[in-house]
Design a protein. Structure first.
Length: 119
């Protein structure tokens, strides 16, 4: 089953990728272009096309590989430009990105912690 949970590492390939690539092409892009082993499991690799209206996610589990795609009907994703080879993010940030939220303007708030008062 394909599931991205809190323990899943999410890595965005910056810049553009030719999304005509299937399983083997994305596997090679991860292994040789990003220098990572795509079959370690527990990691999702996200790629975007030149128009920034389509993303593909490559995910490997113990049974095989998944490639999922999402194409926007209008607009485009706010995708990081070429700089670092890979941007690591949380699964929550990926969900926000796929929902169309620009992460450049979003900022993380401090969490409230329940403090135990000792008497």
């Amino acid at each position: 089953m394909f599931a991205i949970g809190p323990a899943t590492g999410v890595h965005l390939a910056t810049g553009v990728t030719d999304l005509r690539k299937g399983f083997n092409g994305l596997y090679s892009a991860i292994k040789y272009g990003l220098g990572r082993d795509p079959m370690t499991g527990g990691e999702a690799f996200v790629f975007c096309n030149r128009r920034r209206d389509t993303v593909k996610i490559f995910f490997a589990d113990r049974d095989g590989m998944w490639v999922c795609a999402k194409r926007l009907s209008s607009g485009c994703y706010r995708w990081p430009g070429v700089g670092e080879a890979v941007v690591t993010m949380s699964p929550t940030e990926l969900a926000m990105l796929l929902s169309g939220i620009d992460l450049r303007g979003a900022k993380r708030q401090r969490h409230w912690h329940n403090r135990v008062i000792k008497r």
